[in-house]
Design a binder for this molecule. Structure first.
Ligand code: TXA
Ligand code: MG
Length: 333
């Protein structure tokens, strides 16, 4: 059951408790309603993708309470500082290199070495983030491929039957901006707008000594901005749907290893620990999604000829895992 409640203090405390316990909560921002989870907790972030039915792991924006909190997650250069001073809180998301001690998890970043950060301009969102004490990963609070929600009723209509369920929607009225934030990439020499929003290139140029260009997704509906991104690609080839493993391959396992043999003799459970990762011994797809990027990275070592990946059922969030696997496999070809 999804509860819709006005964000009085008790309800905000309940929302923060849910988020600390690894649940998702829908909350208002000035742009659109977000489906939030602890950005540092991969298992919680996996629930966002599952509840939205999102067919791929696009990287998510992490929402901070203030610039100081986000300076611990991304590396701010002088341009980023100037823009944060000017536009935060507000509908501007900055892509920055990940801070070496960032707590934002791999799944939130979709395995990238960059982070997407913003401070929303909404009292309820800020209070929630402050109470949680961690940045909140939050895409729009709607089923994937449907319109973004700008009222609590839109959220309820879109996500009432979500699996896993959304336990709480903070009802903060209609969103003032109503369009997702402007996304700018500050990781390169040039400043590029990846998603248009309320803040334009001209607005941004006023505070920088350089010009800002647009690099938007070709028109398409629904918009799928993540597809243009460079995705995490392992340095060694991958072999999907593996039913056995070679002695010089790493094994990305899923579920029980009962029938996994090593080619030429032996059982997969006898592989040295650094050569095998099991996404979920119990076959739990949410757990697998939460572990996915970190485990793939662990096994991406030049000493192995390939990463052999066991079959992962393409149901629920398993669809997103398989989509990422086939992209990663293609990238390495
Ligand atoms: O207004 C908004 O931004 C709303 C509210 C809830 O804050 N959130 C939102 O999040 O629209 P989402 O996840 O739907 O959009 C995130 C956008 C996508 O276009 C994604 O591809 C891009 O940001 N993005 C996130 N991380 C990125 C990264 N590391 N590099 C490049 N693009 C990234
Ligand atoms: Mg969206």
């Amino acid at each position: 059951m999804t509860k819709i409640a006005a964000p009085i203090n008790d309800v905000l405390q309940e929302a923060a408790a849910l988020i600390k316990a690894g649940e998702v909560v829908a909350f208002p921002t000035e742009t659109v309603y977000g489906l939030g989870a602890d950005a540092t907790n991969a298992k919680a972030v996996a629930k966002i993708f599952a509840a939205k039915g999102r067919p791929s792991f696009n990287p998510l924006i992490s929402h901070g309470f203030d610039q100081a909190q986000l300076e611990e997650e991304g590396i701010f250069d002088s341009r980023a500082r100037a823009l944060a001073d000017q536009f935060w809180p507000g509908p501007l998301t900055m892509i920055l290199p990940k801070h070496p001690r960032a707590r934002i998890c791999d799944l939130t970043r979709a395995g990238l070495e960059t982070v997407a950060l913003r401070v929303p301009d909404h009292a309820v969102a800020l209070k929630l983030i402050e109470t949680c004490g961690v940045p909140l990963a939050a895409p729009s609070a709607n089923r994937s491929g449907t319109l973004s929600p700008t009222s609590p009723h839109h959220v309820a209509a879109s996500l009432a039957d979500a699996v896993p369920p959304v336990p709480l929607i903070l009802a903060g009225g209609a969103c003032a901006v109503g369009l997702e934030s402007t996304v700018i990439d500050l990781t390169g020499r040039e400043v590029v707008i990846l998603r248009a929003g309320a803040i334009s290139a001209e607005d941004i140029e006023q505070y920088l000594d350089e010009s800002v260009t647009y690099e938007l997704t070709p028109t398409e509906a629904p918009r799928s901005p993540g597809q243009l991104l460079r995705h995490y690609a392992p340095g060694i080839p991958m072999r999907l749907q593996a039913v056995d493993v070679a002695a010089d391959e790493a094994l990305l396992a899923f579920g029980p290893l009962k029938f996994m043999g090593i080619k030429g003799g032996g059982h997969a459970r006898d592989l040295p620990p650094h050569q095998i990762r099991n996404l979920s011994e119990g076959g739990d797809l949410l757990e697998a999604a939460a572990n996915f990027f970190a485990y793939l990275r662990d096994l991406d070592q030049p000493e192995f000829s390939k990463i052999a990946v066991m079959d992962i059922p393409a149901i629920g969030i398993g669809i997103a895992i398989n989509e990422r696997l086939s992209r990663a496999a293609k990238a390495g070809e």
